[in-house]
Design a protein around this ligand. Structure first.
Ligand code: FRU
Length: 428
């Protein structure tokens, strides 16, 4: 049957990375992703297009943007989507390499009136002074009647930052300078910046490239649109997701006003990616499930969009105490464990994914696929209320305490189908 997920976006063949161009247009959800027809991470990236009515069942629409013009000849790199009136606009990076291996970058626009055909309008933003050509991934949103664009950047000092632009017509863009305090450590490049403006609070989401790794981070703060600066409230950002296989997330507001986030369920070193067993099936990586962002106790949380409740099948409500075994037919599963009241507890999903909680300590282990043993991540949490787990053949997403913490992993399940739970007290 293969390892392709049932309810996640994944390519039938080839290589997937970042989600792009997210929007709800004339009622339908549109998601594009960075795509290559072969299972290799490098190449002239294409935007592959998918459409859904419900954020769960996706239909592949083929190639949305292909690198055909001089300003994008080496790839239509990541970017975002917005809708205005009867139009759907895509902003993306045109990646150009010259014969000496040098790089050029153009922030480009494409528009559509039907969500099917996208008309390329060419570059709308050229590289301003003060940056290297590592300048990409435009994200556009509307605020105070104007359009704002952030672009991930590396300054000439080889420091990460985010360039801010403003426009009244989506075509002419004025550069407002660096949005982030350059005395802070933003690594050597900020990829895929995003500002989730959730009314009273704003959150900067950025995929920070640092010597010690590349991670999707979130910083709470206040966006000062007058000054064009994002003032962070706390010095340190937090990981948006603490699993190993999550990067380049992007948010969008849907027609009902929900702020929804989708990330790349992939990432890592080349060797790590290419060692994954799905390569043998001719495809690699997936996108995460859509997650609704919300604020609880001043902190950003993520919960699976409520549409997932509608596809629950063979639902079983179990009161567990001591040892419980749940038989499984497939590894496309949702498990919701509530009323955990901080007791010592463990979950074992087919010996591939294990979760333990004891004494404020949450430990998650994920089995290696090409060597013995497990990779693990450990975090302190003051209490444990609930855990929601979504597994889908080769993916695992774990939402702890209403999505205060989220962990995303590749998890390659084998034939062992059961879930084991051990608890001290009754759980539901
Ligand atoms: C992030 C990223 C983006 C770029 C795209 C290219 O994963 O490196 O910065 O636009 O992937 O596929």
């Amino acid at each position: 049957m293969g390892m392709r997920p049932n309810y996640h976006i994944s390519p039938k063949h080839g290589f997937l990375n970042d989600p792009n161009g997210l929007a709800q247009f004339q009622g339908k959800y549109h998601v594009f992703y960075q795509w290559l027809p072969d299972v290799v991470p490098q190449g002239n990236k294409i935007w592959r297009h998918c459409v859904s009515e419900d954020l769960i069942h996706w239909s592949d629409q083929g190639c949305g943007l292909k690198p055909e013009e001089w300003y994008e000849k080496n790839g239509c790199y990541s970017g975002s989507g917005i809708t205005e009136g009867d139009s759907y606009y895509l902003f993306y990076t045109g990646n150009v390499r010259d014969s000496e291996g040098g790089r050029e970058t153009y922030q480009c626009l494409a528009s559509s009136s039907d969500g099917v055909n996208f008309h390329k309008e060419g570059p709308v933003v050229y590289l301003p002074e003060g940056y290297t050509p590592h300048f990409r991934d435009p994200k556009v949103w509307k605020k105070n009647g104007r359009w704002w664009m952030v672009v991930g950047a590396q300054t000439k000092e080889l420091k990460g930052n985010v360039a801010l632009f403003v426009s009244d017509d989506l075509k002419k863009w004025q550069w407002k300078g660096n949005m982030l305090d350059s005395s802070m450590d933003w690594g050597y490049m900020c990829e895929c910046p995003d500002l989730a403006d959730m009314g009273e609070r704003q959150f900067l989401i950025v995929s920070r490239q640092k010597e010690d790794g590349c991670k999707g981070m979130v910083f709470a703060g206040i966006m000062d649109y007058e000054q064009g600066r994002f003032h962070i409230s706390e010095d340190t950002g937090v990981l948006l997701d603490e699993g190993f296989d999550f990067y380049a997330p992007q948010s969008f507001a849907d027609e009902s006003g929900r702020c929804i986030l989708i990330g790349w369920l992939g990432a890592g070193e080349l060797e790590y990616q290419m060692s994954q067993p799905t390569v043998e099936e001719g495809w690699l990586h997936a996108l995460t499930i859509p997650r609704e962002l919300f604020i609880q106790n001043g902190k950003l949380h993520q919960r699976p969009v409520k549409e997932f409740e509608r596809i629950r099948r063979h639902e079983r409500v179990i009161e567990a105490e001591g040892y419980t075994f749940i038989d499984q037919e497939t590894w496309s599963v949702e498990l919701l464990a509530e009323q955990l009241s901080s007791q010592k507890i463990s979950f074992n999903f087919g010996n591939v994914l294990k979760i333990y909680f004891d004494n404020n300590n949450l430990l998650i282990q994920r089995k290696h696929w090409n060597m013995k043993g497990y990779d693990e991540v450990q975090v302190e949490i003051s209490e444990l209320e609930n855990i929601q787990v979504f597994l889908d053949q080769s993916t695992a997403e774990i939402f702890v305490n209403n999505g205060e913490k989220v962990f995303t992993f590749k998890a390659f399940f084998t034939d062992e189908k059961g879930i084991e739970i051990e608890s001290e007290q009754t759980i539901l």
